[in-house]
Design a protein around this ligand. Structure first.
Ligand code: B16
Ligand code: MG
Length: 219
């Protein structure tokens, strides 16, 4: 069996935290007097904390001095951490566990490619850290998705060629990053939103082990 590198995004792919990011940004936007829609939130998925706040300010025609900007970032994160504080293994999205174990049983590389700076504690909370051969998160990169840095680093850590990497992503920016890296991109979520992905699945429940096996065997 070939050894491919499977790269998982975190928020919205492994864990159901996208809704908590939305709630935390929504309440921050309200504080700032900025309207913030579900459609705009879609554009924040996979985007770093700093860039997300920059976008919200731009949408609202607002500016903040550097001290206020830093305070707002920290307010958002405190809020988000509160939401995820009680997270446990039940926070795993459906069938993630099956997919991870199938890949592990087939001796594949399992890696993380997330923009989040909270990725490691979240993996610990849902008790899957030990399954990962490499973890690359928001603390390890300087360029945010759609820049491919986060995925290229995961490939490098497992000494995998980019054409042998498969990325699971729920964000437009992440799919663009995977495509830019020359990797196989798999959209998890709404196929209309993630239409740039090479393959689309609503969630892992509809992704069979046969499909995963085909990816492993693909030349
Ligand atoms: P944090 P992912 C991304 O994680 C989220 O999709 C995005 O909404 C969030 O702003 C970003 O992480 C930064 O997260 O504030 O925890 O550092 O989807 O790339 O796993
Ligand atoms: Mg995501």
């Amino acid at each position: 069996m070939k050894k491919k590198c499977f790269i998982f995004d975190l928020d919205g792919v492994i864990v159901d935290t996208a809704k908590y990011h939305f709630k935390a940004w929504k309440s921050l936007a309200e504080d700032l007097g900025v309207d913030f829609s579900i459609e705009q939130n879609e554009q924040l998925k996979g985007v770093s904390r700093v860039h997300s706040l920059e976008k919200i300010l731009k949408w609202g025609g607002r500016t903040l001095d550097p001290v206020e900007f830093k305070n707002k970032l920290s307010q958002k994160n405190t809020n988000y951490l509160e939401y995820i504080s009680h997270m446990n293994i039940s926070g795993l999205l459906p069938d993630v566990d099956r997919v991870l174990r199938f890949l592990a049983n087939n001796n594949q590389y399992i890696t993380l490619g997330s923009a989040s700076k909270n990725a490691r504690p979240i993996l610990d909370k849902v008790k899957i850290t030990g399954l990962f051969d490499a973890i690359v998160d928001g603390n390890d990169v300087t360029k945010a998705k759609p820049n491919p840095e986060v995925f290229l680093k995961a490939a490098r850590l497992t000494k995998s060629k980019t054409k042998n990497c498969i990325v699971f992503e729920d964000s437009v920016a992440g799919i663009q990053a995977a495509n830019a890296a020359g990797m196989i991109s798999i959209g998890i979520g709404d196929s209309t939103v993630l239409h740039e992905a090479q393959y689309n699945f609503k969630d892992f429940k509809v992704m069979s082990n046969d499909f995963l096996e085909q990816l492993i065997k693909k030349s």
